[in-house]
Design a binder for this molecule. Sequence first.
Ligand code: ARG
Length: 574
Amino acid sequence: MTRTFPEEIRTRLQHALGAADVDLPSRFVPAVSPTNDPRFGDYQSNAAMILGKQLGTNPRALAEKILAVFDPEKLCDPPEIAGPGFINFRIQSALLNERLFGLLTHDSLGVSTVADPQTIVIDFSAPNVAKPMHVGHIRSTFIGDALARIARFLGHTVISDNHIGDWGKQFGMILYGWRNFLDESAFEKDPIGALVALYKRVNSLAKEDQAVNTACKEELVKLQQGDPGNIEIWERVIVLTRSGLDKIYGPLDIHFDHWLGESAYNARLAALTEELMESGTATESEGAICVFFPDDPALADKPPCIVRKQDGGFGYAATDIATIEHRVHEFKADEIWYVVGAPQQLHFDQVFAVARKRGLDSALVFIPFGSILGDDRKMLRTREGEPPQLGDLIEEAVERARQIVEEKNPGLPSDEKDTIAKTVGIGAVKYAELSQHRMTDYIFSWDKMLSMQGNTAPYLQNAYVRIRSIFRKLEGEADFGERAELEDENEKKLALKLLQFSEAVPEVLVDHRPNSLANYLYELADTFHGFYESCPVLRAEGVTRDTRLTLSEITSRVLCQGLDLLGIEVPDRM
Ligand code: ARG
């Protein structure tokens, strides 16, 4: 396992701090980060400034003391002190040469697997049966899938679980609608659409008419108590939904190891509620079974967590507590990640708190995100004022990409145009999501996401395509020679950037943010651009040419692998 440059620098700094007899605060870890300006070297540390402040010493003097014993051997040039006490490091050219060349034969392009692999259950997408998907499900689907891919690549055991809402309040409505206004022919044509229409019709009726509302609730309770007629309808609805969803996930190349929806835990809920009562975790309050959190400052003055409602139906919290149990006991999850919109924060805080009271001590991680906005800066809606459906968005993206391909490359065979349109269109929508900080509300813009310029999927895909075309011109096996020898500043910059793939991938999991990888790939494509403008590849000779071919080859591999980790494919031509 090769250590990344920041890891290596950090270790040596720690040694130096020890050797220089600096009086360290407990658990002090020196921070090392890439510099933004090459004049200050490749990496910098503010350790002397942080320590100077804490110890009341002059930071520059402290930096000198550290550097007097710092060992740069075979790693970097002698570090320099800058400004108020930054320590700047420049990686040695010989090491860059060696590591760059090594990437050619390294399957995971320099990325090491983690030292302590975990079993991680990732809960994402999770639409609600019969209810229209909303933008929250779209964001969750893309972020969750990217996190699953990245965690797997880093060596974790990932179990993806689509916890669909197949047992909620809406089923009362679907059952009522099914019994009262079922239109079989609509179901034949478009099952998901017909279900949504049925749900909407009953939902608005129930809002106006208390009797319908009550009838729906009764249907739900009957279902939850195992009424055979309702169970039969319910089972049909689930099958219809599942096949509809598979059609959407398939082209997106998104797969789930499990589809354990809310219903999967139904049989457990009554006993779970009993246990919660017996252990004193839950109490009865106004006819409902609730958990209060008087000792938890964050939750004490919030509404309680409702395990069983007054009408006897079990709440969303009950299924989620049972779900955690299952994941911890059956899946042996060390961690469970929930990629769910920010409005569900309180729900998860409560459910996690109950799980901890029950001694379920796996790490429970809530990974929230913001909204997708339309041009008007309000929640994204279709022209009809509805939430956009993931399937429709993808269809439109592919159509738009098809038009662009048609304009740019009319001579390509038609089926190749179709394939490119799929790769570019789907890539564009995914990347528009994944290049954003997940907490930002971003504006959905077709023109922006499909542009060949800027931080977009088509720009990155095109960078890949252009590099592959260099190799096509070579006709035959590319020869990368025996070694790399970086001379030009642009070559060095690109080599360093490529070696930083090993830092960019693990970085995503620090805060579960795929956008840090997206931004890395964008910077890489830009750095390649700068290199390509000033360093001719095919016209160069000898070791210079070998080195430049190596740089180009690795760039295309990193782009391809990096995009794959975001769930995005690359075309051969576009
Ligand atoms: N179906 C829920 C919704 O649409 C999301 C489920 C998230 N996962 C969970 N275990 N609660 O809001």
